[in-house]
Design a protein around this ligand. Structure first.
Ligand SMILES: [Zn+2]
Length: 727
């Protein structure tokens, strides 16, 4: 068999975008050869984005920055064609060019000429009238005739000779779209002449509409790709596809559905200065999520200080964003802003020097590598879309301080508002997803992400442990695959309401599944508590003695376990009052382990990762780590004395392993002011290999074989290091 040629976009990409914010004079006046040279030599990029249409006020997406007889040119550009003029220099420096096409921000004036194109809200108001885009402008519908205009624009852009297009939009906005085209297409899709109200969870048609919206977008991309390939059968087409958030349903994002109709899967992790805690590993987590599909992936990083676009991102932040994107298996991308960059260039370059140069240097090692993590985490988009817990007690207000009974059952004392319940439910899921990935980072448990569609035997064979962070909405097929995985020796760690709903969020009676998890009966939810409530270990776990109290996660289920379950921890009887004496151990198990076939199920009746994301308590982290060590027959994939601020990712290439070490030990704030090196880090990992080489220094490290493990010490880790393990 002839091996398939690796396409340019399947090799490591380092993307750069120069942003001129509506004034392209600096670009038109620049020495373009120098710009291309700098792209390669200074910014270390091998792929550059050039604006085909500007994305600026007052909605200029219908104007072009290149010559086309079919489209209107941006005023002030004259006969200049920024794409065709720059391309020869890009080619000279071996830079692939992606054209940026704004597909979501149009002026009211342009929209007036095409009254059927705008996205409409339920009451028929154009979206942009009610919610002016960026203060001024409107947006069009993927199901309207605008799509043909958009496809023609893509074709005109590709005729310039660029290698592909990034589509910034279309965006299907919250509350849209109720235009005539959508009404007709929805009737075909659902058989209903009626359209549901937006986010009306009481109307079953709403979920159909949510599916319709996601399908509409994928259908648009599918046709866009066909149009693009008519001009260039190697054309790359992709968009900003969103990450893993419950807001996906509002914007019709569905990474799994979109990957089939785009060439690259990308999403933003722009740094934002916030007044709340921000995980130091957001780029790593997003990178792993994006690289879980079949496409190459990219994390978009703004090289700007949050919303101050003319100040470069501090060195430590850019360094780690690029390192984390790479370690998680994705490509890098950053944007720099003109004209400010002319003055601030040296600061911007500083941010790139450390990891950016290193990533370029180790390109051949990164190329074609894949995750070798033994632990999988399901990030379920179906759960993000549709989960609304049936547990009425979740909506209980934590702040009231009122003493209630032991648990909140499904009785009548609490009014049930479905919107409030959705809010509480997705709060749990969002925190669970992020908390699970972060807990594993801090615990040095390398993980790979699974999307719903990739829960199958072939993929599950690659891991030893699967974590379901309250993956509530699972299909029968997924449940079957997961049970088979455990029966044939895998370890499942599931918490809270995992698998208790179908993939559309309907509560299902899955007695066999509950029994499989070790649950005989569910009584209801405990009152949410963040004060003086505890889990007590009833058995020694690793080096934690029995009898130890651990903060109870915010939410918890009261259940009865099956007789064959080994209970590790119970809840104490609720106190929920400061400085009060404990009231003894309840009968409700918090953590248990059951043997199923050749495998094990760890069931935790609290969404423990939610609490880790909220409170960052090491007891929770340590318990998870110890449970995996106890149940996975070959132990933890990594044992190390490193602090939690060193993320360890394992990837493999052919027979070699690459241990990515991303250090975020810092001055304890974000934006980080500096990264503090860590020294003499001991690492032991499962590997049948003999040599360890530091790719930053090129030096061989001393190794020790210990049964099936390889042990070595890394003398110094600054921002980013990769250790190559080889024969
Ligand atoms: Zn529409």
């Amino acid at each position: 068999m002839v091996p398939m040629k690796t396409q340019w976009w399947e090799k490591p990409l380092r993307m750069l975008r120069r942003d001129y914010v509506g004034d392209f004079t600096p670009f038109l006046n620049a020495d373009m050869e120098q710009l291309a040279r700098e792209t390669r030599k200074i910014w270390k990029a091998n792929c550059e984005w050039i604006m085909a249409t500007p994305g600026c006020a007052p909605g200029t997406a219908h104007l072009t920055l290149f010559n086309s007889e079919k489209f209107e040119k941006m005023p002030g550009i004259g006969s200049r064609d920024i794409i065709r003029e720059y391309l020869p220099y890009a080619r000279k420096y071996n830079i692939n060019i992606i054209a940026y096409i704004n597909m979501h921000w149009y002026s009211y004036e342009f929209a007036k000429k095409h009254p059927d194109w705008e996205q409409l809200l339920e009451d028929g108001t154009p979206y942009g009238q009610k919610h002016p885009l960026y203060g001024n402008g409107t947006t069009f519908c993927v199901n309207s005739e605008w799509r043909n205009w958009a496809f023609e624009l893509i074709q005109e852009v590709l005729k310039t000779g660029v290698d592909g297009c990034f589509l910034d939009g279309p965006v299907i906005y919250p509350g849209a779209c109720y235009c005539q085209s959508c009404k007709e297409k929805f009737r075909e899709f659902s058989g209903s002449t009626r359209m549901p109200k937006f986010l009306d969870w009481n109307d079953p048609l709403w979920k159909k509409f949510a599916e319709f919206r996601a399908n509409s977008w994928a259908d648009f991309m599918n046709d866009a790709m066909k149009a693009a390939r008519q001009i260039n059968n190697q054309a790359v087409l992709f968009l900003n596809g969103g990450s893993f958030s419950s807001s996906n349903i509002l914007l019709a994002y569905d990474t799994g559905r979109m990957e089939k109709v785009q060439s690259i899967t990308g999403a933003e992790d722009f740094f934002h200065c916030t007044d709340y805690y921000r995980s130091p590993f957001t780029s790593l987590n997003l990178s792993r999520f994006l690289s879980a599909g079949k496409n190459p992936s990219v994390v978009f990083t703004h090289h700007t200080l949050s919303t101050w676009h003319y100040v470069p991102l501090p060195e430590a932040e850019l360094s780690t964003a690029l390192a984390q994107s790479t370690a998680g298996g994705s490509n890098t991308w950053f944007a720099i802003f003109y004209p400010a960059i002319e003055k601030t260039k040296k600061y911007a370059i500083e941010g790139l020097k450390k990891t950016g140069n290193f990533i370029e240097r180790v390109e051949k090692f990164i190329c074609g590598s894949e995750s070798a993590a033994e632990t999988g985490v399901l990030i379920s988009n179906k759960t993000l879309y549709y989960y609304i817990s049936c547990l009425k007690g979740l909506s209980y207000d934590v702040g009231s301080g009122k003493e209630q009974g032991l648990i909140i059952d499904t009785g009548t004392q609490y009014s049930f508002d479905i919107n409030k319940q959705r809010e509480k439910s997705i709060d749990i899921v969002n925190n669970e997803n992020h908390g699970c990935l972060d807990l594993c980072n801090f615990a040095h448990i390398p993980v790979r992400v699974f999307w719903d569609e990739y829960i199958n035997a072939e993929n599950l064979r690659k891991i030893k442990c699967l974590i379901l962070p309250n993956s509530a909405c699972l299909s029968e097929k997924q449940i079957g695959e997961i049970m088979n995985f455990v029966h044939s020796g895998g370890v499942l760690m599931a918490d809270f309401e995992s698998g208790m709903y179908d993939e559309y969020g309907n509560r299902v009676e899955r007695k066999f599944w509950l029994e499989f998890l070790g649950i005989q009966e569910i009584y209801g939810a405990f009152k949410p508590s963040r004060i003086e409530d505890y889990i007590i270990l009833t058995k020694k776990l690793g080096d934690i003695d029995d009898g130890i109290l651990i903060p109870r996660p915010l939410n918890a289920l009261a259940i009865k376990s099956t007789e064959n379950a080994e209970v590790i921890a119970n809840y104490l009887n609720p106190i929920n009052m400061a400085y009060a004496q404990p009231k003894g151990i309840s009968n409700y198990p918090a953590i248990m382990i059951v043997k199923r076939g050749s495998g094990r199920v760890i069931y935790i009746s609290s969404p423990i990762f939610e609490s880790f994301n909220r409170f960052h308590i090491d007891w929770h982290k340590n318990i998870i780590q110890l449970l995996i060590r106890k149940t996975v027959k070959t132990g933890l994939q990594i044992e190390t004395d490193a602090p939690g601020s060193l993320a360890i990712e394992i990837r493999k290439k052919d027979n070699d392993l690459l241990v990515h070490l991303v250090n975020v030990t810092s001055d304890m704030k974000r934006p980080m002011g500096c990264i503090i090196p860590v020294y003499n880090v001991q690492i032991s990992l499962k590997a049948g290999l003999k040599k360890a080489i530091s790719l930053s220094s090129g030096k061989k490290l001393n190794v020790r074989k210990n049964k099936h493990r390889l042990e070595f010490c890394v003398p110094e880790i600054r921002e980013y290091e990769i250790i190559l393990l080889t024969d």
